[in-house]
Write a protein that binds this ligand. Structure first.
Ligand code: FCX
Length: 438
C-alpha cells in the first residue's frame, strides 16, 4: 500500500469506529427540524449531510479541515513565501485532514504526473461533439468517456467487499484529478487557440501545468492558476455540484460518473456559470452605454445599470449567496492578488466600483439575504486580465479545481460506507392537507 493510502487507512479506521459509535449511541438524536418553508425553499440551511473535507461559515467563509483561507496561506506548502498554496497540498489536507510537508506535496505531485495520461478515446469523444457544444458539455463528456478506466466499477462487478470500496475509489479519484487539466486544456487549445496541444511538463506542479498546457508560462500566471485552484477547491457538501457528485456516488456510480454529474450541476447560471455571467453582464453594461473598457464608466452610470438590471427582473451575477452573509473571502483573496500584481486594469477597476455600488442597492431593495459579492464577482476580471478572453471557458477551470474537494469527499463517502441517499418526497396536496390539519 502506498504512503498516502496508508495514512488514509489509519485515519479512516478511526473515523469508521467514530461513526459506528455515533450510530449506536445517538441514532435517534434530532439535529434539525424541517419546515414547509425549508422543503419549498431548496432545503436551505437544513443540516442533513455529512461532509468531512470542509465547512462553510456564513461570515468567515470556507474552512478546509478547519483552516480559513488566510490560515491556509500560512500553513500550506508554497514554493516561496510570496507564492500561492499548491493544489497537491490542498488535496492532501482535504483528504487526510493533515497539513502536508513539502516532501508529501512533492510525492503527490509526482504521483499525479505519473497518472496524467488520458486515454486517446477521451479526446475523440470530445472531438465528436458538434461545434456548437459548450466547453462544459465537452468537459463533462470527456470525464464520462474517461470512466472506461474506472477500477472501482471493474472491481465492484467482481464482488468487491464494501469495506474495500474506498481503495479503488481512491485510485479513480487520483487518476481523474491527474487527468482533468489535460482534458480541460485540450478543450481550451482546440476551441479557443490554434488547436495545437501542449504536452504536460513533468517538472511542474498540477496548477502550473494546467496554465502551461493552456499556453500560459510566466511565473505570475502560474501563481494566478495556483491561487484560482486553491480557492475554488471545496465549499462543503450542500452546493449543487458537490451534492450532486455525492448523491450520484451514493448509488455506487463510479467516481468519473459521479464527478461528471456534479459538473453538469456546476454548469447552471446560479452556480458555476455565474463567473461567465459576470463578464457577460459587465460587457452588456458597456454596450448599453456604448463605451469601451478603456473609456470607463462613472460610479453613477454603474449604479443606474445595476438598478436597471434589477428593474428588468434579473439578478446581479456574482452577488448573493445561499449560505454566506458577508463578502466571500475568496473574493478578497482575488482582490488582494489583483492589488499586488495588476496595475490599471479598467475591467478590474469596474469590478471594484461594483463592489462599492451593488451591496447598497441590494440592501435598499431588501430582497437578497446576502448583498455581498461571492467568488464569481472577481474571478473573470482576473482571468481576462491575464489573457483568458473566452469567458465561456471559466466554468471549466472552476470544475477542474472543484475535483480536489469533491474527489476527496467521494473517497470518504466510500470509506465510511455512506448509504444510498433517498429522502422522502410528498405531493403538493399532501403538504396542503398537512398544513390544514395542524
Ligand atoms: N441579485 C438580485 N436578486 C438577488 C440576488 C442578486 N445577486 N441574490 C438573491 N436575490 C434575490 C433572489 O433571486 C430571491 O428573489 P425571489 O424571492 O424573487 O426568488 C431573493 O433575493 C432571496 O434570495 P436569497 O435567499 O438571498 O438567495 P438564494 O439562496 O435563493 O440564492 C444565489 C443564492 C447565489 C442563487 C443568488 O444570490 C443569486 O442568484 N446570485 C446571483 C448568481 C450568482 O452569483 N451565483 C453564484 C453563487 C456561488 F458563488 C456559487 O454557488 O457558485
Amino acid at each position: 500500500m502506498d504512503y498516502i493510502k496508508q495514512r488514509l487507512f489509519e485515519k479512516g479506521s478511526l473515523m469508521r469506529a467514530q461513526l459506528q459509535d455515533l450510530l449506536k449511541e445517538s441514532r435517534d438524536l434530532i439535529v434539525d427540524e424541517v419546515t414547509i418553508g425549508n422543503v419549498l425553499g431548496g432545503m436551505r440551511g437544513v443540516t442533513s449531510l455529512l461532509t468531512v473535507t470542509s465547512k462553510l461559515d456564513q461570515y468567515e467563509g470556507i474552512r478546509y479541515r478547519g483552516f480559513s483561507l488566510p490560515e491556509l496561506y500560512k500553513v500550506l506548502p508554497r514554493y516561496n513565501t510570496e507564492g500561492e498554496p499548491l493544489a497537491e497540498g490542498v488535496f492532501y489536507l482535504l483528504l487526510t485532514g493533515e497539513v502536508p510537508t513539502m516532501e508529501e506535496v512533492e510525492y503527490m505531485r509526482k504521483d499525479w504526473v505519473q497518472r496524467s495520461e488520458v486515454p486517446e478515446h477521451v479526446f475523440r469523444a470530445i472531438d465528436a461533439l458538434p461545434k456548437t457544444s459548450k466547453p462544459m458539455t465537452r468537459f463533462s463528456t470527456g470525464i464520462l468517456a474517461a470512466a472506461t478506466q474506472s477500477q472501482f466499477q471493474k472491481q465492484h462487478r467482481v464482488g468487491l467487499r464494501k469495506e474495500d470500496y474506498w481503495d479503488s475509489t481512491y485510485e479513480d479519484v487520483m487518476n481523474m484529478i491527474a487527468q482533468l487539466p489535460v482534458i480541460a486544456s485540450y478543450i481550451y487549445r482546440k476551441e479557443f487557440c490554434d488547436g495545437e496541444v501542449i504536452a504536460l511538463d513533468p517538472n511542474l506542479d498540477w496548477s502550473a501545468n494546467f496554465a502551461h498546457m493552456m499556453g500560459f508560462n510566466s511565473e505570475e500566471e502560474f501563481k494566478l492558476f495556483r491561487m484560482y485552484m486553491f480557492i475554488h477547491a471545496d465549499h462543503e457538501g450542500g452546493n449543487v455540484s458537490a451534492h450532486t457528485a455525492h448523491l450520484v456516488g451514493s448509488a455506487l456510480s463510479n467516481p468519473f460518473y459521479s464527478y461528471a454529474a456534479g459538473m453538469i450541476g456546476l454548469a447552471g447560471p446560479l452556480h458555476g456559470y455565474a463567473n461567465q455571467e459576470v463578464i457577460r453582464w459587465i460587457k452588456s453594461m458597456y454596450k448599453h452605454y456604448n463605451r469601451t473598457f478603456e473609456e470607463g464608466l462613472s460610479e453613477e452610470e454603474i449604479h443606474d445599470f445595476v438598478e436597471k438590471t434589477l428593474d428588468d427582473g434579473n439578478v446581479i451575477p456574482g452577488y448573493g449567496h445561499a449560505v454566506l452573509r458577508a463578502t466571500d473571502p475568496r473574493f478578497i483573496t482575488q482582490k488582494d492578488f489583483a492589488d499586488k500584481y495588476v496595475q490599471n486594469d479598467p475591467l478590474i477597476h469596474t469590478v471594484n466600483i461594483l463592489y462599492k455600488v451593488v451591496p447598497a442597492v441590494l440592501q435598499e431593495r431588501g430582497k437578497a439575504k446576502n448583498p455581498w459579492p461571492n467568488v464569481d464577482a472577481f474571478s473573470g476580471s482576473l482571468l481576462l486580465h491575464y489573457g483568458i478572453k473566452d469567458y465561456i471557458f471559466y466554468t471549466v477551470m472552476f470544475g477542474v479545481s472543484r475535483a480536489l474537494g469533491v474527489g476527496a469527499q467521494l473517497i470518504w463517502d466510500r470509506f465510511l460506507s455512506l448509504p444510498i441517499e433517498r429522502p422522502n418526497s410528498q405531493t403538493l396536496d399532501w403538504f396542503t392537507e398537512y398544513a390544514n390539519s395542524e
